[in-house]
Design a protein around this ligand. Structure first.
Ligand SMILES: [Zn+2]
Length: 408
């Protein structure tokens, strides 16, 4: 017994000496990024890190707050680089922290949306050390959103060597069990915005305002549950083309997409809430007319949606779409039943039509029409925060029920 203990102690000693040796060796090999320069061009910015060795890198953008992220491996980073004060139009507040195993993250806050145009590393020459350059250019909010996240990174070849899945895989993937236990991602889309006011109510209420308030209030309610991660397609009064709203949902890898709208009709008496899902054939004339109206948002803003119908109809053919439609319908039914407990809903509350905004092939998506702004009573109700909160709470109940089913 004693001999065994002595033996184990000896092994532990050998292991700890070896571990120490490894740390020393790694340390001796690791180079250091010890300088940062930021150069301003015309509408562009070049960021240059100087290092005394080569290293692996990954560069991408994130939002909330908007930032440029540079992950590096196999190199140390001097905290001095965060003191850089080079004048430029894009970057401010540099932070250096750790990121995963052996990784260091350098983050820059963005003053405006940018795209990573190019990254490259130059070996030592002409008295310079190793240099790693990132070229940035200005972009609009829409393209910035479309390129968010590490899946759109520019990186050294070996940075992702441990990744099993190919990068930028366009085929919708089945969620693995580990992903299923993660937080559910919900994207809420406030209909219309910017130059497109949507429907205009009996007393002049803009649909885009009601949808925006409701989206924020719904996010607030959903945020109370730590199992959900909630994003909005727009955080302010902004025009976003319909296909880009779909892209945003896919970009976030959403588990559920809820597009919020409010209806209007010539008949002032028309009222009630309804829930729509995507279908190639509309459930009735009214649904068809509504889809046509909502799809016009892009035309209002001077974009021709017709150019994209081919692309969208191709996607529609995929099997993923059919599976997604089943999930969308399930959620729409749950939502309709929760809503009908608390407010006036239209008959056959869950309806079908060809809404462009519901065409993400792999994201269960519904369109919620809160009621008729053309009806003076409903317009008045929809303007009240208390009423919208009630709708938000019922929606949360439906979301909870939907995700209780392990297949979602
Ligand atoms: Zn609308």
């Amino acid at each position: 017994m004693i001999r065994l203990r002595q033996y184990l102690r000896k092994i532990m000693y050998i292991i700890s000496v070896m571990a120490l040796f490894c740390i020393v060796v790694t340390d001796a090999q690791a180079g250091k990024i010890n300088n940062l320069r930021i150069g301003q061009g015309i509408g562009t910015v070049r960021v240059v890190f100087e290092s005394d060795s080569d290293f692996d890198y990954k560069v991408f953008t994130l939002n909330e707050p908007n930032r440029l992220v540079v992950d590096v491996k196999g190199v140390e980073v001097s905290q001095n680089i965060s003191k850089n004060k080079d004048e430029n139009i894009f970057l401010e507040n540099i932070r250096v922290g750790s990121s995963g195993v052996n990784g260091i993250r350098i983050a820059f806050d963005l003053k405006q949306p940018v795209l990573v145009k190019k990254t490259f590393i130059l070996p030592p020459q002409s008295g310079f050390n190793w240099r790693f350059a990132i070229d940035l250019e200005a972009t609009n909010e829409r393209d910035f959103f479309a390129k968010l996240g590490s899946a759109n990174s520019q990186s050294s070849d070996s940075f992702n060597r441990d990744d099993i899945l190919p990068k930028n895989n366009a085929v919708p993937q089945k969620k693995t069990p580990t992903q299923q236990s993660k937080r559910k991602i919900i994207v809420i889309d406030a209909g219309h915005g910017g130059v497109d006011p949507g429907a205009i109510g009996y007393k002049g209420t803009y649909e885009k305002k009601i949808t925006f308030f409701m989206a924020k209030e719904l996010k607030e309610e959903l945020d109370k549950n730590s199992k959900y991660k909630v994003y909005l397609t727009r955080n302010r009064d902004l025009f976003i083309p319909l296909r880009d709203r779909v892209k945003i949902a896919r970009k976030y890898d959403a588990d559920l997409f809820i597009s919020i709208h409010a209806d209007s009709a010539k008949n002032r008496k028309a009222k009630g809430l309804s829930v729509y899902t995507l279908s190639e054939t509309a459930s009735d004339k009214e649904a068809e007319a509504l889809a046509e109206k909502e799809n016009k948002a892009d035309i209002v803003a001077g974009l021709n949606f017709a150019d994209h119908t081919k692309e969208v109809s191709d996607i529609l053919l995929s099997l993923a779409q059919r599976e997604t439609n089943n999930s969308s319908s399930e959620f729409a039914n749950i939502l309709s039943s929760e809503m009908s407990k608390i407010v006036k809903t239209v008959s056959n509350t869950h309806r079908f039509a060809g809404f462009a905004v519901l065409k993400a092939p792999d994201v269960p998506s519904v369109l919620l029409e809160l009621g008729y702004l053309s009806n003076p009573d409903e317009e008045k109700l929809l303007r009240q925060e208390k009423y919208r909160k009630k709708l938000a709470k019922a929606t949360v109940k439906a979301v909870n029920k939907f995700f209780q089913d392990p297949k979602h």
